[in-house]
Structure formats: structure tokens, C-alpha cells
Design a binder for this molecule. Structure first.
Ligand code: NAP
Length: 274
């Protein structure tokens, strides 16, 4: 089994550098029960291979993705898992957040989540209302850490003001192909403030595999383009990646990124890739 690597949260606790994304496992925004056997098999395979960090949302599969994860993790020691879920923007008013986390915990079959994120900002609902609830649920131990997703610098700073607890993470699109949050200084801000940047769509939804420039670097490490794309991310301070994969082959391949150590020269070449 490949050895997991970790990034430090603000208090020194650890989050696995590679997690499993679960968007579209069990449906898009409404449940699709037709693939349950295949998805459960994928989640159990991921656990067998050593994945312990799962990323989901109350929105994925209209809640069914959380149910499937709940079934797959049954029997595993809770403290060995790192489970992130997210509250959807329409639920960001005070009571909505408290109700949303109750639903997520019930579907996941757990008593607390490791990380609870605001999935997307909602300009119609004051952040103060949302964080009043986020503060309470963290007080009650329903979430070990709270954070945000798709937040720019201004919103991130505002969140820090409203949150009683440090913002633990900001989940944003980040890959060799998608560097908006690096260019707009969110990454730098996260690194300076001990905030984990969780990169979503880290292999460009699978598109990096066909890139010959990445392939040429990968060949030198006897690795694959997906592994190089992930290694480039998780070598950066405070950066964690959550590739989604359902086949055993992809699940194994992505974990293999943990063993790829890119040289500074290759990181530079990849930094310049556009
Ligand atoms: P991704 O992880 O970049 O790509 C997933 C796609 O790549 C799937 O089609 C998968 O196929 C394929 N794949 C996986 N490993 C591969 C490999 N080694 N070689 C070739 N293809 C491979 O994209 P994503 O699902 O958009 O992002 C990952 C996760 O981030 C999501 O699942 C979700 O948890 C999270 N996310 C969050 C937000 C947000 O707003 N916070 C938005 C988007 C995503 P198979 O499934 O067939 O293996």
C-alpha cells in the first residue's frame, strides 16, 4: 500500500494530501440508484487501497452520495477517516445550515464531520447569519473544522471576521490547467494564514492525461500524466487534492502520485505550462 502524506491544519492536526472526490457518484444533483453497486464497490476499493479522506456535499446525488459513503465507511474506525461535506448556498441562512448538517450527518451515519464547508457563496444571505450557525455547530462538536469553498480573497477575509474558529480550508478549482486562485493570490493568502487549499478538479476532469508536455515529464519518473499533475499540486505547501475516480485503475494510479517527487526544475517547467 502506498504511504499517505499529510498537510498540517492550523492547529497541527493532519489532513491527507490526497482525498477522494465523489461528485457524480450516486447521481448529479438528484439521486441515481441505478449505479449503487458499482459506486459502493469503488468506494470500498478506495478504502482498501488506503484512501481515508472523502470529499462530498449535501448536493451530490441529492444527498445519495453521502448515503453511499456512509455505507462504505461502516466498520472503519471513525478517527482514522477524514470526512468533508458541504452546505449548499440556498441553505446558508442560520436555520438552514443547522438543518443541513443534521441531514448530512444522518446520511453519512456519523456523529461529526471533520470539515464542514460553505459550498459556494450566496450574496443574498449575510455571512454573519451563516457563521452564527457554523460557530454553533463547531461549538457542539458536529464539525471538527469549518471552512469555505469557491471564496475569493475578499470573502475569505470576511469569513475570518465572522468565524469564531479559524477558517481551516478553502476548496477551489486548482490544477495545471486552472490557476485562477493562484493568480488572484488566494493560494498565497492561504499559505500565510495556515488555511488548507483543497484543489478540486485537480486532473482537469481527466483532461491532463492527453497532454504530451506533461507526458514527457511523466516518462522521466516512470509515472503517468495524472500522477505528475497531482504531484505538482501536493508538493505545494498547504495544498491538498481530491481527484475523483471510480475505476480501480484510476484509484490506484492517483494514489501513486504520492510517490512522485518532482525536481525543482520540473516544477518550474510545469509552472510555466499554460
Ligand atoms: P477530476 O477529479 O479532475 O476528474 C475526475 C474525472 O477524471 C473522472 O471522469 C475520472 O474517471 C477521471 N479520472 C480519474 N483519475 C484518472 C486517471 N488517473 N486518468 C484518467 N482519468 C482519470 O474532476 P472533478 O470530479 O470535477 O473534481 C474532483 C472532486 O472535487 C469532485 O469529485 C468533488 O468532490 C470536488 N469538487 C468540488 C467542487 C466545489 O464547488 N467545491 C466543484 C467540483 C468538484 P472515473 O470516475 O471513470 O475513474
Amino acid at each position: 500500500m502506498v504511504e499517505m502524506r499529510y498537510a498540517p491544519l492550523y492547529d497541527g492536526a493532519l489532513i491527507p494530501r490526497l482525498g477522494l472526490g465523489t461528485w457524480k457518484m450516486g447521481g448529479d444533483s438528484s439521486p441515481d440508484y441505478s449505479q449503487d453497486e458499482r459506486i459502493l464497490d469503488a468506494l470500498r476499493t478506495a478504502l482498501d487501497l488506503g484512501y481515508r479522506h472523502f470529499d462530498t456535499s449535501e448536493m451530490y446525488g441529492g444527498g445519495h452520495t453521502e448515503e453511499l459513503i456512509g455505507q462504505a465507511i461502516r466498520g472503519y474506525k471513525r478517527q482514522e477517516l477524514f470526512i468533508t461535506t458541504k452546505v449548499w448556498p440556498s441553505n446558508l441562512h442560520y436555520r438552514g445550515v443547522l438543518k443541513a448538517i443534521e441531514g448530512s450527518l444522518q446520511r453519512l451515519g456519523i456523529e461529526y464531520v471533520d470539515l464542514y464547508l460553505i459550498h459556494w457563496p450566496n450574496p443574498q444571505i449575510p455571512l454573519a447569519d451563516t457563521f452564527k450557525a457554523m460557530n454553533e455547530l463547531a461549538d457542539q462538536g458536529l464539525a471538527r473544522y469549518v471552512g469555505v469553498s469557491n471564496f475569493d480573497l475578499r470573502l475569505l477575509e470576511q469569513s475570518q471576521i465572522h468565524s469564531k474558529y479559524p477558517i481551516a480550508a478553502n476548496q477551489v478549482p486548482y490544477s495545471l490547467y486552472q490557476r485562477t486562485y493562484r493568480q488572484n493570490e488566494v493560494l498565497e493568502f492561504c499559505q500565510e494564514n495556515k488555511i488548507i487549499l483543497i484543489g478540486y478538479s485537480p486532473i482537469g476532469k481527466g483532461s491532463v492525461v492527453a497532454d504530451r508536455r506533461i507526458g514527457a515529464i511523466a516518462d522521466r519518473y516512470q509515472a503517468t500524466p495524472a500522477q505528475v499533475a497531482l504531484a505538482w499540486l501536493i508538493q505545494q505547501p498547504q495544498v491538498v487534492a481530491i481527484p475523483k475516480a471510480t475505476s480501480r485503475e484510476h484509484l490506484e494510479e492517483n494514489l501513486g502520485a504520492l510517490e512522485v517527487k518532482l525536481t525543482e526544475e520540473d516544477v518550474e517547467v510545469l509552472n510555466r505550462l499554460s
